[in-house]
Write a protein that binds this ligand. Structure first.
Ligand SMILES: [Zn+2]
Length: 233
């Protein structure tokens, strides 16, 4: 009786371990990895700076428009005060008032554009800030969930490690060495069932002489086609 049946049990433990360790690797990469968060934070800062700049331009235009209005009031009060009587002077004052009025009107046009720009910048900032807050919350929940999953997996791995040690000790060391060698080159698998004189893994028929050896040999016998150790069902 060969030790292949024990090796099959060992393989089951090893596959379980590999699955858990692989998941632990994925979790290890995701824990502490903030993903898109740093880029989102930078974007919020950038949008905030941009909105502030536009608001600054709005304040400048507001104050320039106020200045023009003040000047127009001054010129018009002179114009209509009756104190100025020279028609030349009156014409000049009117020209002044018109010129300042045109400049105020130009500034008002620019202000309209700036207000639209500010509105767009502020809504993009609000949206991005909200998206950042949502992503940060999701990230924290995800991190917590991953940390919990990791704790469970680490416990399972510790139990499986113990089980593996016991199972490996039940196999003769040379057979264990063969097992380790085969599974390294077969994606973690080392044992295949032999059914109706065929390898259940590669589906190729096992020559009857070898099939007979599989049934009687004390040492593991590999499938001549794929190399997995054959186990009589
Ligand atoms: Zn095979």
């Amino acid at each position: 009786m060969s030790s292949v049946r024990q090796l099959l049990d060992l393989q089951a433990i090893d596959l379980d371990l590999a699955k858990r360790n692989e998941r632990l690797g994925v979790i290890g990469e995701r824990l502490g990895n903030e993903g898109e968060l740093p880029a989102l934070r930078a974007r919020v800062v950038e949008l905030g700076t941009s909105a502030k700049g536009i608001a600054g331009r709005q304040a400048e235009l507001d104050s320039a428009i106020d200045g023009f209005s003040g000047r127009i009031t001054t010129v018009e009060s002179k114009l209509y005060s009756g104190a100025v009587t020279s028609s030349r002077e009156l014409t000049d004052l009117q020209a002044d008032a018109d010129m300042i009025g045109r400049r105020r009107s130009e500034s008002e046009d620019v202000l309209l554009g700036v207000l639209v720009e500010l509105d767009e910048a502020e809504s993009e900032l609000a949206e991005t800030t909200e998206r950042l807050a949502r992503s940060e919350t999701e990230w924290l929940v995800d991190q917590e969930r991953l940390a919990e999953e990791r704790t469970v997996l680490q416990g399972e791995v510790a139990t499986l490690d113990e089980k593996r040690a016991v199972q490996a000790a039940s196999v003769p060391p040379p057979d264990l060495a063969v097992y380790e060698r085969v599974r390294k080159t077969h994606a973690g698998r080392a044992v295949a069932h032999m059914r109706n004189a065929s390898c259940a893994s590669c589906q190729v028929g096992v020559p009857s002489k070898i099939a007979q050896t599989v049934r009687t040999s004390a040492a593991p016998v590999p499938c001549p086609n794929c190399g997995l150790l054959l186990l009589v069902d």
